[in-house]
Design a protein around this ligand. Structure first.
Ligand code: RIB
Length: 291
């Protein structure tokens, strides 16, 4: 089974702020840094650092994208399906407060130039039984899902950021959902984690589910089986990319055939460690750090 991650690549313009700016307020940042990020890129790097083999597919800008490509290559991600276009790369404006909490504005840039010919070209290199990982920061979201399903790929969906694009896709063909509580609430209308899991099971009975609960930990659910793994308690500096780290580590571990409980445990530890360093992909730990 090969892993294809069709995902975003962003330059994260990150401002450290005393608090997340309020409506009508102007504040000064105490620091500014640029990091390599994007939910897609972060998840590919997490898979690679966890010891998995992953092919990243996505688009970057001709003039500003080399740093994104380089980061993937440095981590051992296959990049033959990352192409340059004569437009700007995706970027984000991120505020990180003193407790490590963030707020993010995404400007899609080249991530939004993904079209059917590119999707067809990439998918022609993959076949039934391969795994597609997808988030919701690229254009043609539901087209990628439909075409991958028609080819028999196994689809792991991290529907983040959640919006109407996700809700209008055919989610019945998803094999595994990786969601947080907010996404679970939007998908099911339920608020409490147990209720979210019950609702996901009755809405999508064929799918497995990973439900992350931030600092608390994460659940895995498939049919009658449910496991929980608590987070490792850390002093959070910056939570950006922690969810992506979890997804990447979990997928790398399960596709290597490791037990679900062990995969959850590794993913939780990796995500906790990612919160102790500022930035996105640069904060993803190596597997030696987890061991
Ligand atoms: O999940 C974190 C990521 O979300 C950041 O790296 C940023 O690029 C946004 O896509």
């Amino acid at each position: 089974m090969r892993i294809l991650n069709f995902g975003s690549l962003n330059i994260d313009k990150t401002y450290s702020v005393p608090h997340i700016v309020q409506e009508g307020e102007t504040i000064s940042s105490v620091a500014y840094q640029e990091f390599v990020g994007g939910k897609g890129l972060n998840q590919s790097i997490a898979i690679a650092r966890a010891g998995g083999e992953v092919w990243h597919a996505g688009l970057i800008g001709e003039e500003d994208g080399s740093i994104l490509l380089q980061a993937l290559e440095d981590s051992g991600v296959h990049t033959e399906f990352v192409e340059k276009r004569p437009i700007a790369s995706g970027h984000t404006i991120i505020q990180v407060d003193q407790e490590g909490r963030n707020s993010i504005i995404v400007s899609g840039g080249a991530n939004r130039a993904i079209d059917e010919p590119f999707i067809d070209k990439v998918l022609s290199h993959f076949s039934a039984g391969d795994l597609l990982l997808l988030q919701n920061e690229v254009s043609c979201f539901s087209t990628i899902i439909d075409k991958a399903h028609n080819k028999g790929l196994i689809i792991y969906l991290n529907p983040s950021p959640m919006d109407s694009e996700v809700l209008s896709a055919d989610l019945n063909i998803i094999d595994c959902f990786l969601i947080n509580e907010i996404e679970g609430q939007i998908l099911t209308g339920e608020k409490e984690s147990t209720k979210i899991m019950e609702a996901m099971r009755s809405m999508y009975p064929k799918a497995s589910l990973v439900l992350t609960l931030g600092a608390e930990g994460a659940y895995f659910q498939k049919d009658d089986n449910r496991f929980f793994s608590p987070s490792v308690k850390v002093h959070a500096i910056d939570t950006t990319g922690a969810g992506d780290t979890f997804c990447g580590y979990f997928i790398a571990s399960v596709t290597k055939g490791e037990y679900i409980k062990e995969s959850l445990r590794k993913a939780s530890r990796a995500a906790s460690l990612a919160c102790t360093i500022k930035g996105a992909s640069n904060s993803i730990p190596m597997r030696e750090d987890i061991d």
